[in-house]
Design a protein around this ligand. Structure first.
Ligand code: GDP
Ligand code: IMO
Ligand code: MG
Length: 427
C-alpha cells in the first residue's frame, strides 16, 4: 500500500482536483494538509462540475474518508456553506469528513486585514491574494495568537475570541477600517459549529491507525510549489508549505510513512495574482491558452496569466518535493498550436541559469531560453492510450521527461475522469 502526496508543480491550478479524483479510486483516505479556501479544485463527473475549496476532493467518491488536517486554515462559515452545497447535490459528509481539532480558524477580522493589507500596498507591491484571510490567519498561527478548532468548543472560547477581537479592532481602527462586532462573530461561529462540531476530532490517531492497518492515504496538495512560502516567488506566494513536506507537518503523518510523490504539471504554465512569471505570454498565443484552456480562477474568477511550459519551474518542484512521477494535464489545450515553445533554462545577464533564483528581482530579469517544437494539430481528448498519441505530442512529452528527469505516469487530455491515460511501458 502506498501513501501518495500529490502536489501542484507550478503556480497552482494545475488540475490537482481532477487527478485526485482519478487516484481516489485506490485510496481509502484523502487528506488536505495546508492552505484554506484560497484553493479551488475542480472535478467533473459526468455532467456534474464541482469546485471544492476546503472539503477534500475525495468526498465525491462514496465511502472514502476525508480529513482536513491541522495545517489547513479553516473558515467555519465558508466550510458550512461548502458542506451544504455538496449535500444539496446528494453527497453526504456524515461519518466521512473529519476536521482536525488543531486546525487554525479564519475569522472575519483575518479577511478584513487581508483586504486592508492589499488595499494599503502601493501598486506593484500587491500580492493579488484571494482575500480569504489566509495570510493573516497563518500570521496569527506563527505569532501564537491564533485560535484553533479545539478552542471553539472550549467554555473559555467567548472570552478568548473577545480579547482577540479587541486587539484586532485596535489595528483596524488605526487603519481607518470598519471594526468587527464580537457578538456577531460569536453567533456565526456557534451557528457553524452546530454542523462542524460533530466532525471535529483528533485526526492524528485516526490517520496513525489507518496507516497501521495498511490503508492508503492520498494527500491533496493545494496551491503549488511556486506559491510555497519557502520555495516560491516570495513574497508573491501563499502563506503555507505547498511543497511535499507540508503534507507531513500539516497532517501529523510522519515523513517515513510517505511512499510516493505525484507532481501535477500543466502542459503549459499559468499564474493568477501578481509576481514574476518568466514564460508569460502577452500575445495571441497567451490568449489562445486562456481561451481554449478556460483559464479563469476557480475561486475568484480572475483571468489566469498564461505562458509556455517552463522546465526550470518543473525542476524546482522535482528538487523541493522529490517528485516520483508527473501527472501531466491539459495536453489537449495545445492541440491547435502550429508551434510550441518549451523553456529549458533562463538567461540572466548573459549567463545561463538552470535553477530558479531566490531573488524575485532577478527572476523578473530572467529571459527564457526556448526550444521550439512542432505542434500536432489533431484532437487528443478522445484518446485512451499513450500509443495513440500523435508523434509530435509523444515528442513533446518525451522532451518534458528529458528536461525534468521525471517520467509522466498519468496524462490528462480533458477535464473528465475518462480523459485520463495511464502510462504503461512506452516505446
Ligand atoms: P486545481 O486547483 O489544481 O485543482 O485546478 P483548477 O480546478 O483550479 O483548474 C484546473 C481546470 O482545468 C479545471 O477547470 C479542470 O476542470 C480543468 N482540467 C483539468 N484537467 C484538464 C485537462 O486535461 N484538459 C482540460 N481541457 N481541462 C482540464
Ligand atoms: P489551488 O489549490 C492558484 C495565489 C493567489 C495569490 C497568492 C496569495 O486552486 O491551486 P492567498 O489568498 O493564498 O494569500 O494568495 O497565491 N493562490 C492561488 N493561485 N491556485 C490556488 O490554489 C491559489 N491559492 C492562492 O492568487 O497570488
Ligand atoms: Mg485551483
Amino acid at each position: 500500500m502506498a501513501n501518495t502526496i500529490l502536489i501542484g508543480a507550478q503556480w497552482g491550478d494545475e488540475g490537482k482536483g481532477k487527478i485526485i479524483d482519478v487516484l481516489t479510486e485506490r485510496a481509502q483516505w484523502v487528506v488536505r494538509a495546508q492552505g484554506g479556501n484560497n484553493a479551488g479544485h475542480t472535478v467533473e463527473v459526468g455532467e456534474d462540475r464541482f469546485v471544492l475549496h476546503l472539503v477534500p476532493s475525495g468526498i465525491l467518491h462514496e465511502g472514502k474518508k476525508c480529513v482536513i488536517g491541522n495545517g489547513v486554515v479553516l473558515d467555519p462559515v465558508a466550510l458550512v456553506e461548502e458542506i451544504k452545497g455538496v449535500s444539496e447535490r446528494g453527497i453526504s459528509v456524515a461519518g466521512r469528513l473529519f476536521i482536525s481539532d488543531r486546525a487554525h480558524v479564519v475569522f472575519p477580522y483575518h479577511r478584513m486585514l487581508d483586504a486592508q493589507g492589499e488595499a494599503r500596498k502601493i501598486k506593484g507591491e500587491q500580492i493579488g491574494t484571494t482575500l480569504r484571510g489566509i495570510g493573516p490567519t497563518y500570521g496569527d498561527k506563527a505569532s501564537r495568537f491564533g485560535l484553533r478548532m479545539c478552542d471553539l468548543v472550549d467554555p473559555e472560547f467567548p472570552a478568548l475570541l473577545r480579547s482577540r477581537i479587541e486587539e484586532k479592532n485596535r489595528i483596524l481602527s488605526a487603519m481607518g477600517a470598519p471594526v468587527v462586532d464580537a457578538e456577531t462573530v460569536l453567533d456565526s461561529v456557534r451557528e457553524a459549529m452546530k454542523i462542524l462540531g460533530p466532525l471535529v476530532c483528533d485526526t492524528v490517531p485516526l490517520l496513525f491507525e489507518a496507516v497501521r492497518r495498511g490503508e492508503e492515504i492520498l494527500f491533496e496538495g493545494a496551491q503549488g510549489v511556486m506559491l510555497d512560502i519557502d520555495f516560491g516567488t516570495y513574497p508573491y506566494v501563499t502563506s503555507s508549505n505547498a511543497t511535499s513536506g507540508g503534507a507531513s507537518t500539516g497532517s501529523g503523518v510522519a515523513p517515513n510513512r510517505m511512499d510516493r510523490v505525484v507532481g501535477v504539471l500543466k502542459a503549459y504554465t499559468t499564474r493568477v495574482g501578481e509576481g514574476p512569471f518568466p514564460t508569460e505570454l502577452f500575445d495571441e498565443n497567451g490568449e489562445q491558452l486562456r481561451k481554449v484552456g478556460r483559464e479563469f480562477g476557480a475561486t475568484t474568477g480572475r483571468p489566469r496569466r498564461c505562458g509556455w511550459f517552463d522546465a526550470v519551474v518543473a525542476r524546482h518542484a522535482v528538487m523541493t518535493c522529490g517528485v516520483d512521477e508527473w501527472a501531466l494535464t491539459k495536453l489537449d489545450v495545445l492541440d491547435g498550436f502550429h508551434t510550441l515553445k518549451l523553456c529549458v533554462a533562463y538567461e540572466l545577464d548573459g549567463k545561463r541559469m538552470e535553477v530558479f533564483p531566490a531573488n524575485i528581482r532577478e527572476v523578473a530579469r530572467c529571459m527564457p531560453v526556448y526550444e521550439e517544437m512542432p505542434g500536432w494539430r489533431t484532437p487528443t481528448t478522445a484518446l485512451t492510450r499513450f500509443e495513440e498519441l500523435p508523434a509530435a505530442a509523444k515528442r513533446y512529452l518525451a522532451r518534458i521527461e528529458e528536461v525534468t528527469g521525471v517520467r509522466i505516469g498519468i496524462l490528462s487530455v480533458g477535464p473528465r475522469r475518462e480523459s485520463t491515460l495511464m502510462a504503461g511501458p512506452r516505446a
